[in-house]
Design a binder for this molecule. Structure first.
Ligand code: SAM
Length: 238
């Protein structure tokens, strides 16, 4: 297991509802209802080790996954949650090395997740119409360590009547879904479905490009977009 250093990200895990994602800074402390934890005490420990708070409570020092970054990220918008992220990748078949275009960066949850899949040779090009959300997304993407695999641009995509436009542009296998997630409470002798669940978070729409006939379409039905100035390109690519 890797060791925790200055500036490492660590998930201080007490239980499923009490966990804190922290960037280690030697002189900082984390104050919580289960006690105070000194960042300095985590330095040099292996991910997965335990730390004791001043109230004698144990927390585990986990290496954050992309799921942790997504769940703890600053929300400027509604985000795409992990339950939907996995299905999107399974349904679209996105794999390492691919180039992906995303419309609606929002808070950068899906963007970070997709970058984690396509990296190190693939890239995500993401567009949003709202600069204030893009600033938040930029911070979240940086925190998740995905900046160099993502290019962000401010752009207004005029997409309306999605299914109609997809059919017009010769897409097939069109599917619109939403995912519902329900936990199982696994306890000896009394395992049961949880009464808690996550219902609606987002609608998902999928389609595959197909060719209805062999001749290219005479008239383009492309959606019109406005031009963006260079100034509005947010890219942390070196
Ligand atoms: C629900 S949020 C996306 C959440 C994001 N996928 C995430 O996981 O964090 C929808 C985003 O679409 C953007 N948006 C809405 N209309 C748009 C348009 N015409 N062109 C580009 N982006 C647009 C909004 O500004 C907003 O940030």
């Amino acid at each position: 297991m890797a060791k925790i250093k200055q500036n490492s990200y660590v998930l201080f895990f007490y239980n499923d509802s009490k966990k804190w994602l922290v960037k280690i800074s030697k002189n900082d402390q984390l104050h919580t209802h289960i006690g105070v934890m000194k960042h300095g005490d985590a330095i040099g420990k292996e991910y997965g080790s335990r730390l004791v708070t001043n109230k004698d409570k144990y927390v585990y020092l986990f290496e954050p996954t992309i799921h942790d970054f997504v769940m703890k990220m600053q929300h400027g918008t509604q985000i795409v949650y992990p339950k939907d992220l996995g299905y999107i990748v399974a349904r679209t078949g996105i794999t390492s090395g691919q180039k992906v275009v995303e419309i609606g960066t929002g808070s950068g949850s899906l963007t970070s997740f997709l970058a984690g899949i396509v990296k190190p040779r693939g890239h995500v090009y993401t567009y949003d119409v709202e600069p204030k959300f893009m600033k938040i997304a930029e911070k979240n993407i940086k925190k998740a360590g995905m900046s160099k695999y993502i290019t962000m641009k401010e752009f207004d995509f005029k997409i309306e009547k999605l299914v109609h436009v997809l059919v017009q542009n010769e897409f097939s296998d069109i599917e619109c879904t939403e995912q519902i997630l329900r936990h199982i409470e696994a306890r000896e002798g009394k395992t049961r479905h949880s009464f808690r669940g996550i219902g609606h978070t987002t609608y998902l729409a999928y389609a595959r490009k197909s060719f209805f006939d062999k001749k290219p379409a005479k008239k383009s039905t492309r959606v019109k977009t406005k031009t963006v100035s260079k100034k509005k390109v947010y890219s942390s690519k070196k």
